[in-house]
Structures are given as C-alpha cells and as structure tokens.
Design a protein around this ligand. Structure first.
Ligand code: PLP
Length: 419
C-alpha cells in the first residue's frame, strides 16, 4: 500500500481533538492558591509566609539547607555566581550547549566563561572539562539539558580533585535523579528556572539551593536587602553590616508567583511518573525507526523530560533535509514538534563571539566562533524536540505523534530505495 503524506495532500495522522498541550493547567486549586495569596500579601520583605512555605518545601525535598527564591532562573544563577565570589581573573568551565542564561550572568562578575565541548547526549563532556583546567579555574557549571542528568560521578570527582566549586543549572530537570540522587544536590549550589514553560512554574521566577552559608548570605545580599538579610545573617558575621543596603539589586520572587510554584510543586512527582511513561514509549518507538535516534541518558538516571530531544539522521532517509522532515511532520499534525533555536551552541551567539562590545573589560578574553564545538553543533543541527506530556489524557496524542513519525520515515525510506 502506498503512503500519501499530508504534505502531499494525504490525510494528516494526528487527529487529536483539542489543544496539544495546556501548560500550566489552571486548576481550581491553583486559582484558590493565587487568590488566597492575593488577599494575604503581595509584597513580603523577609522569609515569611509563602516564601517560607515554598522554600522549606523545596529545601526538604532536596535535603539541602538553604533555599532562596528569586525573580527568575537567570537571577538564581547570578546569585550563585556572586554568592561564590567569582571575580575578574577567575575562569569558570561551562557547557558550550545550554540556554545562554546559564552563562550570561557571569559577565557581570568579571570572571571568564570557558566553554566546554559536550557529549553525544548534549550534556557537558567530563573528558573535555579536564583539558580546560588552568590555575585560574574556580568553578564548573553544568546544565542537565532537556532534563537529562549529566555524568555527575565523573564531574563531582573532577571538581573535588581540583578544589573547584561545582554548580548545577537544573532549569530543565526538576526532580531528575542520577544514580538515585536528585540533581541539584551534587555540588555547592544549584539553580532552577520557574518560568512559564518549566516543569514547575511560578509564571516567572527561580530558586537556588546551597549548603554553603557564605554562598547563601552573599546571594541574599545581592537581591534581598534589608529585612530578610537583617533577620537571617548572623550578627557576628562580617557581612551583617551590609544587611540594610545589600549589594544594590532586588531579585525577589513575586509572592503570587511563589504561590503558583508552591501549589505546582506538590504535583511534580506525579507528573514525572507520567512523563517517564511517555518518554518510554518514545524510546521504544524511536529505537527501531530509521532516520531518528532516541534521546540518550546516562545509566541509572531518571530524567525529568522537560522535553524529548531526538536526533535526525538524514542519510537514513535518502538525504532528506531536517527542514523537509520537520515540515512533513508538522503537516501530519505534529504541531508541538519544535527545532530549538535560541537554545543553541553558545559560540553561535554574538555575546560569546565579541562580548567586549557590551562588556569592554572582556576585550581579548573571549572570541568564540562557529565551528569551535563540532559535537554541540552537530547535536543542535540534528535535534528535534517533542513535548513529554505530564498527564495520561495525552497518551493517545503521544501515540499519534509516534504514528506520524512512522508514516513519514516509512515514506522516505521507500522513496529513497526507489531512487
Ligand atoms: C537551562 C536554562 N537555564 C536558565 C534559564 C533562565 O531561566 P529564566 O528564564 O527563569 O530566567 C533557562 C530558561 O529557559 C534555561 O532553560
């Protein structure tokens, strides 16, 4: 039987009736949480009320003592860098493939981000980290890309051996584990974005965790001046005298955002269960389909599946371009299929090619160019991103997406054989 693709006038495969994803879901409980908070407080000066409730919950879940809510994930990352005292003359080893905000706040510290090649799974490559170490290296930051944990055994070992700070960007990886341990608990500090699309969201917001009191105090001074610092920084600590003014920024989370995240967080484990079942379906289907490869994850890891990123192999479909493959799938009805764009190898962004145009002190220190990170660049060029739904009611939709892939790949295998 011949296959007629939707792009050639055939019937689309995906016939799901309804939106392909509603996120976040505005449940009656979420509405109550927000309205309740609206009447309680919309500005909180110290660590009380909804801040305390959410930060305590987050810190207990991870068994890490200090939590600090922030206005964004970017602000949480900046708080970590300032908290750890990074400064001009320091180097920090960073993944070359991550969302740029993992790294861009470093430019405000004067330290130099040193980009590192990634592995086939898109995560930072431990072998390449070791090659980049210099006497100036002060820290390593990793991102658990798309929710897949990095090789934390090896990375933790390198950080310990060389007495480096280890930071984790867990913005895609709420609740992910590596060898039974939650991401965000391996290093000196970790940050999570709670922006609208994330697995736990505040609409806009972020949170950081650390066991290190100095990092916590300095992070607090950066963005939470006056009452919170006055109440929490020990009066005998040398930083206490800055408690009123802090360092000059204000990076607090909005209490309504905290109420949303606090309510959402209770469902994280339940959502992860469903996401993992759907990811298993994808794994099974894509491991036997020509033209694509399933997501790669380290042994004994349990990703958070912020997204499912599969790799396209054009040679197996007669050299069909990724653009052609993507369009065929979109017309089959896979409207949530995406090709990550701004999340790309950092050497493709102007900020990493010529940061001195914005930050003059970086003149001559950073000059990346396209082609510097071939593994990251290949990963990016060939990646296709699928949503991993959090609710069983989307299972049928996930199956239809798989069916669309099956139809399109079968068609191009058969046409390439005929050529
Ligand atoms: C990996 C990663 N890090 C950091 C951020 C920044 O978070 P935010 O948008 O909350 O500032 C994002 C946001 O998309 C992200 O994906």
């Amino acid at each position: 039987m011949s296959i007629r693709l939707a792009i050639h006038g055939g019937k689309p495969t995906v016939v799901y009736n309804g939106p392909h994803l509603i996120w976040p879901e505005i449940t009656p409980k979420l509405e109550q949480a927000v309205i309740g908070q609206l009447h309680k407080a919309i500005s909180i000066y110290d660590r009380s009320g909804i801040y305390e409730e959410f930060e305590e919950k987050f810190s207990h879940y991870h068994h890490v003592r200090y939590a600090l809510g922030t206005s964004s994930g970017t602000a949480a990352l900046y708080s970590i860098f300032v908290g750890a005292g990074l400064k001009e003359g320091d180097e920090i080893i960073c993944p070359s493939y991550t969302f740029f905000a993992t790294i861009s706040p470093i430019f405000f510290t004067g330290a130099v981000p040193v980009l590192c090649e990634v592995q086939e799974d898109g995560n930072i490559d431990p072998n390449s980290i070791e090659k980049l170490l210099t006497p100036k290296t002060k820290a390593i930051i990793v991102t658990h890309m798309w929710g897949i944990p990095c090789e934390m055994d090896r990375i933790t070992k390198i950080a310990k051996k060389h007495h480096l700070f280890l930071f984790e960007d867990c913005s895609h990886a709420h609740g992910a584990t590596y060898k039974g341990k939650l991401v965000g608990t391996f290093g000196d500090a970790a940050a999570w974005s709670l922006q609208g699309q994330k697995n736990v969201t505040a609409g806009e917001g972020g949170i950081m965790l650390t066991r290190n009191k100095d990092i916590y105090y300095r992070a607090m001074l950066l963005g939470h001046f006056n009452k919170r610092c006055m109440k929490e920084i020990n009066k005998n600590n040398k930083l206490y005298k800055f408690a009123v003014t802090g360092m000059g920024l204000k990076l607090r989370m909005h209490p309504l955002g905290a109420a949303i995240a606090n309510e959402q967080f209770d469902y994280l484990d339940e959502w992860l269960k469903t996401k993992r079942k759907i990811a298993q379906r994808f794994d099974k289907a894509f491991s036997t389909m020509p033209g694509v490869r399933p997501a790669i994850k380290p042994a004994k890891s349990n990703p958070a599946w912020y997204a499912y990123v599969l790799r396209y192999i054009p040679e197996e479909l007669g050299g069909l371009s990724i653009e052609g493959f993507f369009s065929a799938l979109q017309v089959e009805g896979c409207i949530m299929l995406d090709r990550p764009n701004s999340t790309c190898p950092l050497n493709h962004h102007y900020l990493f090619k010529c940061p001195e145009k914005l930050f003059p002190s970086y003149k001559g220190k950073i000059k990346y160019k396209v082609g510097d990170f071939p593994v990251a660049e290949k990963f990016h060029k060939h990646s296709l991103k699928l949503p991993v739904w959090h609710d069983e009611r989307y299972t049928e939709l996930a199956e239809q997406y798989i069916e669309a892939f099956r139809k399109v790949t079968s068609y191009y295998v058969s046409t390439s054989k005929r050529l």
